[in-house]
Design a protein around this ligand. Structure first.
Ligand code: C2E
Ligand code: CA
Ligand code: CA
Ligand code: CA
Length: 278
């Protein structure tokens, strides 16, 4: 038994050590990344289902290493959340998104969606910081959308409800990201004004024409959103078949590899200019 215990110990320790040192590496280098401007925003276009009109983009953060390697957010956002670095990182994302939006709006009517971590929404003063960026770059509140996850709706704190009402006064739209994957009760949807539900990719990937069961959840979300007067945007649309199913269900908007991958700002600007000229 002693031998077996030791074997288990030896099996797990290197793995735990590796994860701990990955996190330490990420934490110390992320501080440098923020100071040295190594973060960049990529933009994934969003479209209306009807007419496939370009309506905006989701801003997605990436970390460009000094050697050119790109690190995806899944590898550093969780560490940033645990260490508190998400607050300065999130502020940078908001400011950068507004700066880019100001230029893009000169070419096209657009909405830029920004992801917020729950930690950012729980910190007092988010609405004031957002208002500051909007006026600093001279963009209308309706051109910026904030994406939060369901868990934020369940937060009972005064800070969160005050932030939601201040955002509402400002006119900044709010979307619920990855809708249907969290633990929130539908009752929470009525606590705050929410403008849009983003249907998670997991409810889109299995859609099959002629198979109503495959779309049961997406359809339920779309129906509920309509009765609560919210818009719906389907994420991760990769095929025409998925697009067709969602269009038939009355989904309002979509994004996904079918119509556009996340791209660096310069490429998105070009994309927007071509669309405006067409
Ligand atoms: P998310 O908000 O759900 O973003 C959608 C993710 O799906 C993005 O991954 C995007 O590149 C990917 N995606 C888009 N279309 C398709 C598709 O058709 N098929 C497939 N398979 N994937 C698609 P990404 O850029 O790696 O971002 C991962 C997550 O990191 C995001 O998930 C979001 O939760 C988080 N994130 C990204 N940027 C920020 C940020 O600025 N702040 C915060 N707090 N989180 C961020
Ligand atoms: Ca998102
Ligand atoms: Ca999402
Ligand atoms: Ca997601």
């Amino acid at each position: 038994a002693k031998e077996a215990g030791r074997a288990t110990y030896q099996f797990f320790t290197p793995e735990l050590n590796r994860r701990a040192s990955d996190r330490m590496w990420t934490e110390s280098n992320l501080r440098r990344a923020l100071a040295n401007n190594e973060l960049e925003l990529h933009f994934q276009p969003q479209f209306s289902m009807e007419g496939r009109r370009l309506i905006g983009a989701e801003a997605l953060v990436r970390w460009r290493q000094p050697d050119g390697t790109l690190i995806m957010p899944g590898q550093f956002i969780p560490v940033a959340e645990d260490t508190g670095l998400i607050l300065p990182l999130g502020d940078w994302v908001l400011g950068e998104a507004c700066r880019r939006a100001a230029e893009l709006l000169r070419h096209h009517d657009l909405l830029i969606a920004v992801n917020l971590s729950a930690v950012q929404v729980r910190r007092p003063g988010l609405a004031e910081r957002v208002a500051g960026w909007l006026s600093a770059y001279g963009i209308p509140a309706s051109a910026l959308e904030l994406e939060v996850t369901e868990s934020v709706l369940m937060d009972e704190s005064d800070v969160v409800s005050e932030t939601f009402s201040r955002l509402r006064e400002l006119g900044v739209p709010v979307a619920i990201d990855d809708f249907g994957t969290g633990y929130s009760s539908l009752a929470y949807l009525k606590r705050f004004r929410v403008d849009k539900l983003k249907i998670d990719r997991s409810f889109v990937s299995g859609l099959r024409a002629g198979n109503p069961d495959s779309g049961a959840i997406a359809e339920a979300i779309i129906g509920m959103a309509r009765s609560l007067r919210m818009q719906t945007l389907a994420e991760g649309v990769e095929t025409e078949e998925q697009y067709g199913c969602l269009a038939e269900m009355g989904c309002d908007q979509c994004q996904g590899y079918l119509l556009g991958r996340p791209m660096p700002y310069e490429d998105f600007l070009e994309f927007v200019r071509r669309d405006a000229a067409a």
